[in-house]
Design a protein around this ligand. Structure first.
Ligand code: SAM
Length: 359
């Protein structure tokens, strides 16, 4: 159930691709964001909260110290910030968290941001979610212009789901998947591959998704943040995941590219693609096109590095966006060549957790 919005009252929801008149001015186009390695930054992920209704053991600690709510950007500031990036050539915007759907008013924010789809400034507005709240929000997301959502699902076994998430119910995420599909959203499932936990059900996850017309991507667990749990013991290289899948399916490499870090294989038996994101064993940083902003307005130009730039101070320093753009420019110019996850890692590469940075 949605609580009261923090945003001003909104007109009726619209389809982000329809020709609804923008309610805020379109951003003035500014110089595109190109880093010192010549990489164009066209993809922004915005974390709207570090809070989550689950506690996945590889992502966050069981008793996290959440950010004080007073430190979070307001919904208006999040809109202003995302719009500033869109004015700099960002074409794809993903809202994430924490669990983005636990932030009050986030669907209204996405509805507002849908104006950039309607104006043609943005190609895609999307969301990463654990799915537990989608039964309440899927239809409104579709009306806001969202066409695709990524839903995290590491297992189809209720007991394992409860153990991985330390509190979640598989049925809630499955109901969320159904609600998203009923609302007409394309769903991609993301599964973190975990040795000794879900490594006997990769084929079932692939089948589950493909039988329902959903793409499935497997992700190598990354050394992000301190979770208080021996995450490295559960690392499994995606080459091994592929071998396991080949016991059940015929896989052939696909030339398909989505512009992100995933590499794809085609399954002959299902006729659909599988994605693999292997941050440790297959470094893809040379083609990185993305940056992330945390819920407190820190611009993180690399998921696997500690550096960050405080955009909140720049946002609040003056009414216009010039200071904000100067801060963004300085950060992009210093975007590192890549992360530093070494094969065989045991310690976290960052103190900041995935729930803070936004996955
Ligand atoms: N709550 C939302 C969700 O569950 O999708 C969005 C945030 S969550 C941090 C985004 C994604 O990051 C999820 O697919 C999650 O499985 C993944 N993730 C979290 N910690 C990770 C880690 N250490 N290594 C790899 N993926 C991770």
């Amino acid at each position: 159930m949605r609580g009261p919005s923090l945003m001003p009252p909104l007109p009726p929801l619209h389809d982000g691709r329809a020709s609804a008149a923008p309610r805020r001015p379109a951003p003035t186009l500014r110089a595109p964001l190109i880093d010192s390695f010549g990489r164009a930054i066209t993809y922004l992920r915005v974390s709207v909260t570090d809070r989550c209704d689950l506690r996945c053991f590889y992502c966050m600690s069981e008793r996290p110290d959440f950010l004080p709510k007073r430190d979070l950007l307001t919904l208006e500031e999040l809109d202003r910030l995302a719009s500033a990036f869109i004015a700099r050539g960002v074409r794809k915007l993903r809202i994430t968290g924490g669990e983005p759907l636990v932030r009050r008013g986030v669907v209204d924010l996405m509805h507002e941001l849908g104006r950039h789809l309607a104006s043609g400034a943005l190609d895609e507005l999307t969301l990463t979610t654990n799915g537990t709240q989608l039964v309440h929000h899927a239809a409104a997301l579709a009306r806001a212009g969202v066409r695709r959502v990524n839903i995290s699902l590491d297992t189809l076994d209720p007991a394992r789901f409860a153990a991985i998430t330390r509190r979640g119910r598989l049925q809630d995420t499955l109901a969320g998947i159904d609600a998203a599909r009923e609302a007409g959203l394309d769903v991609k499932l993301n599964a973190v591959a975990l040795a000794g936990i879900n490594d006997d059900e990769f084929h079932r996850l692939a089948e589950f998704g493909h039988q329902r017309g959903m793409d499935v991507t497997f992700i190598e667990v990354m050394p992000i943040g301190e979770t208080g749990f021996g995450r490295a013991d559960h690392f499994i290289p995606l080459a091994t995941v592929r071998e396991r899948l080949e016991r059940h399916f015929t896989l052939t490499p696909s030339l398909h590219r989505s512009g992100g870090p995933a590499r794809y294989w085609q399954i002959a038996e299902t006729g659909r693609r599988l994605g693999f994101i292997a941050a440790t064993t297959c470094n893809f940083c040379a083609a990185c096109n993305r940056v992330r902003v945390t819920a407190t307005g820190r611009l993180e130009t690399c998921l696997g590095r500690e550096e960050g730039t405080d955009l909140r101070a720049a946002l609040r320093s003056e009414p216009g966006d010039d200071a904000l753009h100067r801060a963004i420019d300085a950060a992009i110019a210093a975007k590192p060549a890549g992360h530093a996850f070494s094969e065989g890692w045991t310690a976290p590469a960052t103190r900041r957790g995935m729930n803070v940075t936004g996955g």
